[in-house]
Design a protein around this ligand. Structure first.
Ligand code: HEM
Length: 203
């Protein structure tokens, strides 16, 4: 769970940072996308790692959820439940929404088979993103999904610290704060693009 989560958390930070090139203009983001597509080894290597990590994350996530349910139904209340936060309690639900988002997102911008009105964008990723987020329901769906991603990441990253044995009583508050900061930076970075298109700041 921790290793696959770490890989996915690293990917979203990298993806969000690349997306911010939208604010530098069409040449910057289009050149970045063209560079990624030209580097087939890097692209396919990253795709394979992502698919394996996603499957491993889903499998271990389902198992953990079932184990938590079983211990909650039968056993005595454990100390951890008293510490449960909104993000920890909703991990399976935010996870399912993120998965649904990822499927939609791939169909939207990678396979380009939904919600783009059949327009051919070729290498114009900038134009595709503006067209994609000009649809209000689509932009709002992205923003809501990114808020849930923030919730999921903030607990997920705290849990990685726990697994690594770093989250002792002395460090708990500081590491939880770091995890929350990371989650908000990723979510707000992603949200900035559909929001800027909705507000007419990106054209
Ligand atoms: C506002 C938020 C986001 C925007 C604007 C965005 C934008 C894009 C674009 C434009 C592409 C296609 C790039 C290309 O073909 O050149 C893409 C691909 C992709 N995105 Fe996102 N993305 C967002 C959020 C996310 C999130 C949160 C995830 C993960 C949960 C994600 C996962 C992916 C994946 C897996 C691909 C496919 C990469 C590939 O193999 O080609 N994206 N994204």
């Amino acid at each position: 769970m921790a290793l696959s989560g770490l890989v996915l958390a690293g990917f979203v930070l990298g993806h969000m940072s690349g997306n911010l090139l939208m604010f530098k203009g069409p040449e910057a983001i289009n050149a970045y996308a063209a560079w990624l597509h030209a580097n087939k080894g890097l692209l396919w290597g990253a795709r394979i790692v992502l698919v394996v990590s996603t499957l491993a994350h889903l499998w271990t996530g389902i198992q953990l959820t079932l184990e938590n349910r079983a211990s909650r139904d039968g056993g005595p209340a454990v100390d951890a439940t008293r510490r449960a936060t909104l993000s920890s309690r909703t991990m399976p639900y935010s996870g399912v929404v993120i998965l649904a988002f990822a499927v939609f997102h791939l169909l939207h911008y990678t396979f380009r088979t939904v919600a783009l009105g059949g327009v051919e964008f070729g290498d114009n990723v900038h134009g595709m993103l503006i067209a994609g987020f000009s649809s209000k329901p689509v932009a709002v769906f992205y923003i809501v999904s990114m808020i849930l991603l923030c919730l999921h990441l903030s607990h997920g990253v705290s849990s990685v610290f726990q697994t690594l044995g770093l989250r002792n009583e002395r460090w708990r508050a500081r590491l939880d704060c770091l995890a929350q900061l990371y989650a908000w930076v990723v979510a707000l970075g992603f949200i900035s693009i559909p929001l800027a298109v909705l507000l007419g700041l990106l054209k």
